[in-house]
Design a protein. Sequence first.
Length: 236
Amino acid sequence: MKKILFVVICSMLSLGLHAQSVIGGWEMYSTSENGDKLKSVVIFTDGYQVISTYDANTGKFIQSNGGTWRLEGDTMTEKVEFDTVTPERVGSEVSFKVDITDNTIQIIGSTMKLTRIDDGTPGELQGAWLMSGRVRDGKEQMRDTSGARKTMKLLSGTRFQWIAYNIETKEFSGTGGGTYTTVNGKYTENIEFFSRDDSRVGASLEFDFSLVDGTWNHRGFSSKGDAMHEIWSVRQ
């Protein structure tokens, strides 16, 4: 009995270590049918993930999908919350075998092999966040994050991506992402792709940020130059 219990505990510890090992940012490069160099970036946070593909040279957005994930042994299962190419997949689950090392994730049976960018550090905002409110004229205007419409932002230690979508209508509204830093209360985004406007690619935006009672206060100016004060809450 003790031997069986020991094996079970070791298996649970192994599962936990493997799940923890995928947290962070990952990337791979491929070539389109037209010969263009494409870059795909995956962000894994605790329970949520996103993958996006864009032109490595121009930043032109190609596609994105994501949602929740879990790892059981060598089987990863993802539940789709948004998909820019096949929205009919929203709400479905897909499982596949993976081979995970410290620095690579190989999808068994495919040519997809990701290389680690970071392990969830050093950015202070690593995790999954939902837009939960705004401050206008000095007053907080909070919103219910449990609804079908969501604006989610996933951050690894160095990569960020925001996604606006509706899990009931399966509508995708937009996304953007790139690299970020958090230094001395300043959060800086360097945009590598933006589905709504390619002209934003290459821009750097600096914001003030603070973490108060588990919420992220995000102040500054949008890519259009509009003043903004957003409130983000950790997604559970």
